[in-house]
Design a protein around this ligand. Sequence first.
Ligand SMILES: Cc1cc2nc3c(=O)[nH]c(=O)nc-3n(C[C@H](O)[C@H](O)[C@H](O)COP(=O)(O)O)c2cc1C
Length: 354
Amino acid sequence: MKKILTPYHKKGLHFKNHIVMAPMTRSRAIDNIPNDLMAEYYGQRSGAGLIVTEGTAPSPEALGYPRIPGIFNNLQIEGWKKITDTVHQRDSKIFIQFMHTGRVGHELNLPKGEHLVGPSNQKVSGQIYTDAKGMQDYSEPVALTTQGVFDLIASFVKAGKNAITAGFDGVELHAAHGYILEQFLNPHVNNRTDDFGGSIPKRAKLIIEVTKQIANAIGPEKVGIRFSPFSTFNDMPSYDPEEVHKTYALLAKEMNDIGIAYLHLSANPDIPQKTYDALRKNFTNTMILCNGLTPKTAEDALNAGFADLVAFARNFLANPDLVQRIEKDAVLNEVDYTTAYTPGPKGYTDYKTL
Ligand SMILES: Cc1cc2nc3c(=O)[nH]c(=O)nc-3n(C[C@H](O)[C@H](O)[C@H](O)COP(=O)(O)O)c2cc1C
């Protein structure tokens, strides 16, 4: 029996296998409300031991992309309940990913009257898609005041409670890929002079506070976090590699002290061995590895020891029955990228099963 297919049990986490469906934005949430089509999509993929949902906005100003779901009002909570019910009926677990897009977004994608926010007013270079006017330059974010940062933390905590009301097994904080939590870590984007900017511990303070306060509100065993050390995605300027290493070594230790359920590593680009080692040494609970895994390399990764669980994104997008295909060593469908973010069922719920 392949290890990947066996049940997983560690410190309060119980999954039917070692397979995680990685978070994927799919932009099917019309009016930012989760719907029946999304329930069908997640239901189809509940062969996974754990599903991590697409990036979801904890507050209105976090809705930087078109048609991404939120978890800050009652209609959204009710919509998510259908999804968590469907997944639970199929004996899978589901964590919701909190993605606050921060400066990555456009005001046309936000509810009227909302503004993008960030650690500073530095814009992302390049363009972003809007439903209203197609491709547009990124909007300039409003730099959060110190009180604004406290309000941001409070909105994450409120969203965490909403997630539990909606039936989720937990919350994954998206601290990767250049969204607001990672924006605060970056010394070029974060030029603050208050307690949330400056030294490594100060730039990491937002992540630590959000994690601590959500863990206090819903339980540390219901909290996971995603990191992408050394990533420059979404116009994140690179900085001194030694400083990057120290930042994530510190964060892993802090996350361990809070006692959260898992650390989810998006290893793109690949990271230095010493950073893998520091993460594994400093964080003893569940480690999830993601990026470019195939059924074969995922099995090897589980046996190599760094990863407790392995996550697949694109393979799950194109193969709703990925777990069965792994069981049978079957061929995998390819992703149709033209329908990755388009509304409706095409390229969403119509991928063929075996
Ligand atoms: C269509 C698409 C949407 C994605 N959206 C998210 C997201 O919302 N949150 C996130 O953390 N990563 C997101 N990712 C990144 C994936 O979770 C994953 O890290 C990446 O695709 C590499 O894994 P893979 O090789 O198994 O696809 C997305 C990837 C794809 C292909």
